[in-house]
Design a protein around this ligand. Structure first.
Ligand SMILES: [Zn+2]
Ligand SMILES: [Zn+2]
Length: 270
């Protein structure tokens, strides 16, 4: 009589074991290098980032504007940290938010767009390193955990790219970040809720005023039912003037759409 074979439930374990062996073998043959500092990934690695680069990503914390998240202190980019001097504004809102409140209820960023973070985001988007969505998405999860109440969030909406630009890059960086955050938090991604209706010029080349007109009317709410009466967390890589996320927010809040829109980005321009 033949021995009974392994039960079907044993196969995934065998496959996972092989995958681990294969990964270890590949690591030996081609030691994985950090895309930022080219060091070998060792202890504390956050693939594909090495441990020291992960630790070097500076985290933002309070005090900041309750609405747009602008930090209320002077940041010293040379690494000596903040000066500890509170800004003259001791109220909860920064001056621009008091003058003209943005359409989003709140915006938060995990870190400032500087140094290691700028390199990481640059490698992610332009260096075709989609694997960086893992540590950068983890940074979003960490920041969101510290600064937001995720219980209130119904779904994540990534800032869409125009189909032509997404085809050229091969991926939408905001969607990869949203997927990682979704996996960490267990909150669904409403991927196709928003659509970029036309190609816009890269915002990085433009002044604040040009940025606003560049993206005006660029987004449409394609699937209102996906976000109807929901608290949406809009996901993007960088918050600069807030022009892009504000325009997305207007589309999300249009008739039949979201109830509340908050914004979470990896970095913000100081
Ligand atoms: Zn590194
Ligand atoms: Zn503000």
């Amino acid at each position: 009589m033949r021995e009974p074979g392994p039960s079907p439930s044993a196969f995934p374990d065998v496959a996972a074991g092989w995958r681990r062996w294969l990964a270890a073998g590949l690591d030996l043959l081609f030691p994985p290098l950090c895309p930022l500092c080219r060091a070998r990934l060792g202890e504390g690695r956050r693939d594909p980032l090495c441990g020291p680069c992960w630790v070097r990503l500076p985290r933002l914390g309070p005090p900041y504007c309750a609405r747009c998240g602008k930090p209320f202190y002077t940041f010293d980019p040379d690494g000596r940290g903040d000066t500890g001097q509170p800004a003259p504004l001791s109220v909860g809102l920064c001056e621009p938010c008091q003058r003209q409140p943005p359409p989003f209820t709140y915006a938060r960023a995990a870190t400032l767009y500087h140094g290691t973070v700028r390199e990481a985001l640059h490698a992610f988007k332009f260096g075709r390193k989609p694997g960086l969505a893992r540590p950068l998405g983890d940074l979003l999860a960490e920041a969101g955990h510290a600064m937001l109440s995720r219980d209130g969030v119904d779904c994540l909406v990534p800032v869409p790219l125009h189909a032509a630009r997404e085809a050229e890059r091969g991926f939408n960086q905001s969607l990869l970040l949203a997927r990682r955050l979704s996996w960490r938090w267990g909150v669904p991604v409403a991927d196709r809720a928003l659509k970029r209706a036309r190609v816009t010029r890269p915002q990085s080349e433009l002044s604040a005023q040009e940025r606003r007109s560049n993206v005006r009317g660029a987004f449409v709410l394609r699937r209102p039912h996906a976000v109807a009466r929901a608290h949406v967390l809009l996901i993007d890589d960088i918050f600069t003037t807030g022009a892009t996320v504000s325009e997305c927010c207007r589309a999300l809040l249009s008739a039949g759409g979201a109830r509340t829109v908050g914004v979470l980005t990896v970095a913000r321009v100081p």
